[in-house]
Design a protein around this ligand. Structure first.
Ligand SMILES: NC(=O)c1ccc[n+]([C@@H]2O[C@H](COP(=O)([O-])OP(=O)(O)OC[C@H]3O[C@@H](n4cnc5c(N)ncnc54)[C@H](O)[C@@H]3O)[C@@H](O)[C@H]2O)c1
Length: 355
């Protein structure tokens, strides 16, 4: 069977795990690589034995032999490159978030609909082993109707700087960067209900806390403490058309004792904690049971989840399955993220039309 010829656009932090996962898939040929910074692309090309190196993604996309791409660039380029790739007949795996605005998201959706290409959004937590386990319980009806969820990802000092803290390139701070993961995880397991209304808040109180000493934290390559115009913290209550609701809070900077992550869903028959560790809650014979699944890793296993995500994308490109994270979900997620920012901006709840 011929191998799928894949290219990667943007070869910074996250691209390596894409390339590692593609390289481990026997049906893939790592074919092309592109980064504005040529040395960065060349180094990765050497590491993964890739012969075609580009600094211009349009030039790379014009190669008719290239079949699929991973887009691992900063967020402001996601829509532009996705549309160019689809229009050049390539399948696309675009990193989260799908883009920066709902308008861009709809443009990407239209391009995908007008084509026969696959576009998978990199909602990697959907592909985690524990999400798959939880989903089996949800789909079997053992959690019952899920009517409430809580998602949280709080960093006390975790603004990576660089493009992440430049609103024009990122589209926002912790909400669009971290919130997208935990909101999606809950929303996916809630059955992806349509959003009805959002009440959100965002705060710019502590900045990037670059004054903090004696504590290491992740900083992007072009970190500059003087540049930061994204929120420190955002929170929101999202109501869905089916009556369910989701409460979320996320931060890059916060006077919190420690970093924390949690994602929990609550149904009429049981509950599931996905983050920080998988746990099932139910009730039998008038007794509450907190059930600890006996699995290799009850936390989020990123390496495995990315491998699953990439393998699923490859299967979708070969037409053997449909993507688990389609463009429509990327659009609905942009409605939620942008809705939170808009509600915070105007200081009021915002409503979405019935669909
Ligand atoms: N799924 C996850 O868990 C996860 C984790 C981290 C990042 N991400 C996402 O991945 C994307 C990239 O994040 P990162 O941390 O790797 O960023 P990064 O800054 O480390 O890397 C981005 C790379 O894109 C390159 N680039 C910029 N403009 C380009 C262009 N026009 N053409 C080609 N290359 C270009 C940069 O030179 C850089 O090497 C973001 O959208 C981010 O949200 C996802």
């Amino acid at each position: 069977m011929p191998k799928l010829k894949v290219g990667v656009i943007g070869t910074g932090g996250i691209a390596d795990i894409h390339m590692r996962s593609y390289s481990a898939n026997p049906e893939v040929e790592m074919y092309a690589i592109c980064d504005l910074v040529e040395e960065r692309a060349s180094e990765k090309a050497k590491q993964y034995g890739i012969s075609k190196i580009y600094t211009d993604y349009l030039e790379m996309l014009s190669d008719p032999e290239l079949e699929a791409v991973s887009i691992c660039t900063p967020n402001h380029l996601h829509a532009l490159i996705s549309i160019a790739a689809i229009n050049n007949g390539k399948h696309v795996l675009v990193e989260k978030p799908l883009c920066k605005t709902v308008e861009e998201a709809v443009e990407v959706e239209n391009a995908v609909r007008a084509s026969d290409r696959v576009l998978q959004v990199g909602f990697v937590r959907r592909y985690g082993s524990n999400t798959k386990i939880a989903n089996r319980f949800v789909e079997a009806g053992e959690i019952g109707n899920v009517y409430y969820a809580k998602a949280s990802c709080l960093r006390r000092i975790g603004n990576p700087g660089g493009w992440f803290s430049d609103q024009k390139r990122s589209g926002g701070g912790p909400l669009i960067d971290l919130g997208v993961h935990v909101i999606d995880l809950c929303w996916y397991l809630m059955g992806r209900p349509k959003v009805k209304s959002i009440s959100g808040n965002s705060y710019h109180k502590l900045g990037n806390r670059s004054n903090i000493e004696n504590l290491a934290y992740y900083r992007s390559a072009d970190y500059d403490p003087d540049k930061n115009d994204v929120e420190d913290l955002a929170n929101a209550l999202i109501r869905f058309e089916n009556g369910a609701s989701l409460l979320v809070d996320v931060s890059f900077s916060l006077h919190a004792k420690q970093d924390e992550i949690s994602a929990k869903i609550y149904g009429e028959k049981g509950g599931v904690e996905l983050e920080p560790e998988l746990l099932l809650v139910s009730e039998r014979h008038n007794t509450i049971l907190n059930v600890t699944p006996q699995v290799d890793n009850r936390g989020f296993d990123g390496i495995k989840a990315f491998a699953n995500e990439i393998n699923h994308f490859v299967d979708s490109c070969f037409g053997r399955t449909q993507t688990l994270s389609p463009v429509e979900d990327g659009v609905e997620m942009m409605k939620m993220l942008c809705g939170i920012y808009e509600s915070a901006r105007i200081g009021k709840e915002i409503q979405f039309g019935e669909t």
